[in-house]
Design a protein around this ligand. Structure first.
Ligand SMILES: C[S@@+](CC[C@H](N)C(=O)[O-])C[C@H]1O[C@@H](n2cnc3c(N)ncnc32)[C@H](O)[C@@H]1O
Length: 233
C-alpha cells in the first residue's frame, strides 16, 4: 500500500479532506496510508519554535531546516536512500500536471513538506528534497492546500480508489483533450434540451459524438493542449 507522509505545522487543516468522500474511503479500504507529522514536534525549542529571521534581513520569518531534517530522519529511518519522493511544496517548483500526478501515483512512498511564512530555508530544497512542486503560479499562505491538492489528485488514480476505474479513462487531461460534456435527467429542463444523440441508445454514434465534442471543447477552451500535445500534459 502506498504511503504518504505530510510534514506540516498545521496538521488539523487536513482533518476535512481525510475524513470525507473518496479519500476517506480509500484510507479505510487500505488503498493508501496517510500520516501527518507536526514539524513542531521535532523542534528542540521549549516553545516549539520552527522559524527564525532571515539571514541578510528582510520581512517575515523563514522555516528552519533542523526540525524538518529531524522529521525526515525519523520518517525515512530504515529506508534505503532514494526510496521515497521527498516533495517540497513551493510556488517556485515544477507546476503540477496530470502527467506528473500519474507518475507520482506509481510511487510507493511520498513525503510532502509544507512551508509557511516567507518560505523554508533553501537548504531543504538543495539537500533534503528530491522534488520541488508548485500547484500553480500564485502564492498560497502555506503548503497545506497544495499538499491537499496533490493527495487528492494522486489517491484517486490508485487502484481501488474510485468506484468505477473507467471514469479516469476519458476524463480531461487523460489524453490531449478535455472531456466531452455530460448530462443527466431530466432530458428537458424548462426547455433546455439534452442532445438527442445521447437518448438514442446508439452507443457507437454516442462514442463518435463524444470524441467530436471533446475535441471541440478543447479547441474552444484549451487550444494550448492540442498544440502542446501529450508530451506536455
Ligand atoms: C507565502 S509562501 C512563500 C512564498 C515565497 N516567499 C516566494 O515568494 O516564493 C509560503 C509557503 O506556501 C507554500 N506555497 C505557496 N504557494 C504555493 C504554490 N503555488 N504551490 C505550492 N506551494 C505553495 C510553500 O510551501 C511556501 O513555502
Amino acid at each position: 500500500m502506498p504511503l504518504i507522509d505530510i510534514l506540516t505545522i498545521f496538521p488539523n487543516m487536513f482533518s476535512g479532506i481525510l475524513t470525507e468522500s473518496i479519500l476517506k474511503r480509500a484510507i479505510r479500504a487500505g488503498v493508501v496510508k496517510i500520516r501527518l507529522h507536526n514539524i513542531r514536534d521535532y523542534s528542540g525549542d521549549k516553545h516549539h519554535k520552527v522559524d527564525d529571521k532571515p539571514f541578510g534581513g528582510g520581512p517575515g520569518m523563514v522555516m528552519k531546516i533542523e526540525p524538518i531534517y529531524d522529521a525526515l530522519q525519523d520518517i525515512l529511518k530504515n529506508k534505503k536512500k532514494g526510496k521515497a519522493r521527498v516533495i517540497l511544496l513551493s510556488p517556485q517548483g515544477r507546476v503540477l500536471t496530470q502527467r506528473l500526478v500519474k507518475n507520482l501515483s506509481k510511487e510507493k512512498h511520498i513525503v510532502l513538506i509544507c512551508g509557511h511564512y516567507e518560505g523554508i530555508d533553501e537548504r531543504v530544497r538543495e539537500y533534503l528534497a528530491t522534488d520541488e512542486i508548485s500547484i500553480g503560479d500564485y502564492i498560497l499562505t502555506g503548503g497545506e492546500l497544495a499538499a491537499m491538492v496533490m493527495i487528492d489528485s494522486i489517491v484517486r488514480l490508485l487502484p481501488g480508489a474510485l468506484g468505477d476505474k473507467n471514469s479516469i479513462k476519458s476524463e480531461s487531461f487523460s489524453k490531449d483533450t478535455l472531456e466531452y460534456p455530460q448530462y443527466t435527467r431530466p432530458a428537458n429542463f424548462l426547455g433546455m434540451q439534452v442532445p438527442q444523440i445521447l437518448l438514442s441508445g446508439d452507443h457507437r454514434a454516442i462514442d463518435k459524438w463524444r470524441q467530436e465534442q471533446a475535441r471541440k471543447n478543447t479547441l474552444i477552451k484549451r487550444p494550448d493542449l492540442i498544440r502542446k500535445g501529450r508530451s506536455e500534459l
